[in-house]
Design a protein around this ligand. Structure first.
Ligand SMILES: *[C@@H]1O[C@H](CO)[C@@H](O)[C@H](O)[C@H]1NC(C)=O
Ligand SMILES: *[C@@H]1O[C@H](CO)[C@@H](O)[C@H](O)[C@H]1NC(C)=O
Length: 379
């Protein structure tokens, strides 16, 4: 796995624009969705034509053809609406592949729709969404389907549940029992991390009515060779745990407010030497306020090392639930909203496919989202 990554990374940096024009782009984005609910390679491939009505909508991998035009990048809004309507008609567990930035409006809608379950009724039902610099893959959910798709989903959920699910239940973290986030963590987190590498989570669980530190125990057990650092802004709560107790744990708790640039700068200073200047995994399970998510990402992402992973939990809640500041109604995502921010990140990622030499995020490899969570992946 590592070898292949390095190989692809090398080739990619050498000429990503050229790569995106080959058929390789599709297998590359497929690989980002490890252990998918349907085996993409076994699905029949169907090329969609915008000027033709699709009559036979069976479960397949639908591919939007790519017009290679560097000058006029975006398809008109009417095309985006038509494509959204087409998406609605796809059968459960069908897959849509979109290359390049031409259909960015559609991709944005699909990205947003991965988070829709967390705030409203299922509308577009995008179960999973993954993008590399060359394009994106969206997997249709199975809402409203009584047979076939549903059973398949349940069997898949059992199949991909791994150590995070087991340990998470033992540690009583709501990541597993409430949110089923193991459905992404168990597929994306590597089996081992480099000994001595650093794992950082914002949100020790202070102020929650249930188990403070549950996920800290989980990470420390999952990665015994790794330094687990937890961050919480609630000083009184952390001090209440007692220094003796904290000293006995296999993790470290830092007191910092993720909304404060000052605190984040201090945190990075504190971590710098022990972590050789970089973090392997960052998880934002903090306040879930959009502004805090954005502030923390902008401050901490530069410290994410190679092959690093940055997870943002409860993303859909932060973006759409009215209890959070800067939340919006679907379709009205605006600057300051966490999903608006993710869409801008996606645009930077896709831009690398056409102009890799002029990119704002050279280390950014992929973005993957499921219900209420997204992960940003580095090369
Ligand atoms: C519909 O498409 C599927 C896969 O693309 C194909 O296997 C099937 O034969 C098609 N059915 C008809 C009636 O065209
Ligand atoms: C810390 O890790 C060691 C070695 O894995 C283990 O024996 C010990 O029980 C752990 N401590 C706590 C408090 O979990």
């Amino acid at each position: 796995m590592v070898g292949r990554w390095c190989l692809v990374a090398g080739a990619f940096l050498a000429g990503s624009a050229a790569r995106c024009e080959e058929d390789l782009w599709l297998s590359e984005v497929m690989e980002e969705v490890s252990r998918p609910v349907v085996d993409f390679t076994e699905l029949p491939k169907v090329t969609l034509r915008l000027d033709e009505k699709v009559s036979n909508l069976s479960r397949a991998l639908y591919i939007l053809p790519w017009r290679r035009s560097r000058t006029s990048e975006a398809a008109p809004a009417s095309t985006a609406s038509a494509l959204v309507e087409l998406w609605r008609q796809l059968p459960p567990l069908a897959v849509l592949a979109v290359r390049g930035t031409e259909h960015f409006e559609l991709l944005k809608r699909l990205l947003f729709a991965t988070q829709e379950r967390s705030h409203s009724q299922v509308d577009l039902d995008v179960q999973e969404f993954a993008c590399t610099a060359c394009g994106c893959l969206a997997l249709r959910g199975a809402t409203g389907v009584k047979t076939g798709g549903r059973g398949r989903l349940w069997r898949w959920q059992r199949r991909v549940a791994g150590r995070m699910k087991q340990l998470g239940e033992a540690c009583k973290t709501d990541k597993v029992w409430r949110h089923s986030y193991h459905l992404i963590y168990d597929r994306v987190l590597p089996e081992t991390l480099e000994p001595g590498s650093c794992f950082l989570e914002i949100g020790y669980g202070c102020g929650m009515s249930y188990d403070v530190g549950a996920s800290a125990r989980l990470w420390a057990e999952l990665y015994p060779q790794t330094q687990v650092h937890m961050v919480d802004h609630n000083k009184a709560c952390v001090q209440n745990m007692g220094q003796d107790f904290l000293n006995r744990q296999n993790y470290t708790v830092h007191i910092a407010d993720q909304s404060s640039i000052k605190d984040l700068e201090r945190l990075k200073d504190d971590l710098y030497d022990g972590c050789s200047g970089q973090l392997s995994v960052i998880i934002d399970d903090g306040s879930h306020q959009s502004q805090d998510i954005i502030t923390s990402f902008l401050s901490l992402y530069p410290m994410l090392g190679s092959k690093g992973l940055y997870f943002i939990e409860d993303l859909g809640s932060s973006a759409y639930r009215s209890m959070y500041r800067d939340s919006a109604l679907a379709g009205q995502e605006a600057p300051g909203n966490s999903l608006y921010f993710m869409a801008s990140l996606l645009r930077h990622l896709l831009r690398k496919g056409s102009t890799p030499e002029r990119t704002a995020y050279p280390q950014l490899r992929a973005l993957q989202c499921r219900r209420n969570i997204c992960v940003v992946k580095n090369w």
